[in-house]
Every structure is written in C-alpha cells, then in structure tokens.
Design a protein around this ligand. Structure first.
Ligand code: C5P
Length: 236
C-alpha cells in the first residue's frame, strides 16, 4: 500500500508557495503537498493546476459538508482539477459520502482518494455534550464516524497516529490513516498537543503523515523533508 509524506502548504501568498517549492526543483522526488482552505480561497484553482503542472501530488483539504447533491457536483469540479486526495466531514452522513464518491469518479473510472474528517481535534468532550448534544464519548464517536466512512466506501480518515491502530482494527488494514501532529524529537511543538515523530508514526501504522511547520519553517526545508522520508519510509 502507498505510504507517503504530505507537506502542508499553509501559506496564503503565491510567492511564498513558489519560493518554497522552487527549493525542490532539482529533487528527483517532488513532495506530495496539502492545499488547505486558506491557499485555495486566496489563490483559486489556478494554484492547484500550477502545482500539479510542477509534478506534485495534491491533497486538497477543503472538508466539504453540504447536502448530497451539492457535494456530488462540487466533488466533480475538484476531481476535474486532477487532484490526488480530497476530504469531507463524515458528520454529513453516509448518503453525502456516497454522493461525494459518485461526483469524484471520472468518466474513465479513476478518482482521487477520499478521506473523512471525523471530529475536529479542536472539539472537546464538553463541546460535544453541552453544545452539540452528542452524548457518546468522543473516542467512540470518532470510531463510529470512521466506520460510517468505510461503509460509504471512502478510503480513510484523518486522525492522530496514536489512533491509527484502532482505526485499522475497526475499519480494516486497507483503510487509510492520514495523520497530522508530526514533530521531530528535537523540534518545536508549536500549538500541537499530541505529537509523534515520523518514525513513531510509522511504527503506529500511519499510512500518510501530514507535516507542516517542521518542513515549511525549517532553515533547510529540503533537508527536513528528506529527514521525514528517511524516518517514515526508510528512504535515503
Ligand atoms: O504545521 P503543522 O505540522 O502543525 O501542520 C499540520 C497540518 O495538518 C495543518 O495544515 C493543520 O491544519 C492540519 N491538521 C492538524 N490537525 C488535525 C487536522 C488537520 O494539524 N486534526
């Protein structure tokens, strides 16, 4: 099964993106990148096309959540950008997730991977119970949403590497875990609380690690990216 390191392009300006990516121009392996809402909403679809043209795989992290028909049509637009991975909120329900897959599927039968967000890590148990009126414990809710995503035919979920083993036990080994919260042992944590190193994420069974600042804010981003590849994939 494909495993990879995804670099989060958490920039809003095109110049920042290109000066970051230019450093990888001579590299044999171009990083798989994540484009989030900030960059997509500021730069639009042309940014996605340009990054694809430069030879990068793209995870478009827009977390769709709407009625099934709207999600289906929107996913068709994203799929036509030739992205490699998209996502949505599992809270939209199984019908919405199935509609998303239909929308993503291209005329030749291919489609980007589709990954679910279960509960956002910013949602506490207290918020779930008091505000959202979801009475079950948050860890059970997360696993239930993951199994709904698997039932709908999605390819995986975003989760912590610390949850990867449980997700695989509940949803199957082939169900992908896309895991942020990655830090080098000797690096800054920033605002992340539950962190693992790339090597720990590999041992815990993560399929893709999502790494932002440890690479984008490094003095030598190419060296930091290579370090992730070596620790997570065992590549030199
Ligand atoms: O800079 P850092 O490595 O913390 O970036 C992690 C990336 O993963 C960011 O784009 C962040 O929004 C995303 N993410 C996360 N935690 C989640 C879901 C997504 O850090 N639970």
């Amino acid at each position: 099964m494909a495993k990879d390191v995804i670099v989060a392009l958490d920039f809003s300006k095109a110049e920042e993106v290109f000066s970051f990516l230019d450093a990888f121009a001579g590299e044999k392996r171009k990083p798989y990148v994540k484009i989030g809402m900030e960059l997509f909403y500021s730069q639009g679809a042309d940014m996605v096309r340009e990054i694809k043209r430069r030879g990068h795989s793209v995870f478009l992290d827009l977390k769709l959540h709407d009625i099934p028909n709207t999600v289906k049509k929107s996913m068709a637009v994203l799929s036509s950008l030739d992205v490699d991975m998209c996502n949505l909120h599992a809270g939209g329900g199984i019908a919405m997730m199935k509609a998303a897959i239909e929308g993503l599927t291209r005329p030749d039968g291919s489609r980007p991977l589709l990954i679910a967000v279960t509960q956002l890590t910013s949602t506490s148990q207290e918020v779930m119970t008091e505000e959202l009126w979801i009475d079950r414990p948050i860890d059970q809710t997360v696993m239930h949403y993951a199994s709904n995503a698997a039932k709908a035919g999605l390819d995986g979920v975003v989760c912590s590497p610390l949850e990867a083993g449980k997700v695989h036990a509940v949803c199957g080994d082939g169900f992908l875990t896309v895991t942020p919260g990655i830090r080098f042992a000797d690096g800054e944590r920033g605002d992340q609380v539950r962190v693992t190193t790339p090597a720990q994420a590999r041992e815990l069974g993560s399929d893709y690690i999502v790494v932002g600042r440890p690479v984008t804010a490094a003095q030598d981003p190419v060296a930091a990216y290579r370090r992730c590849l070596k620790d997570f994939l065992g590549e030199e």
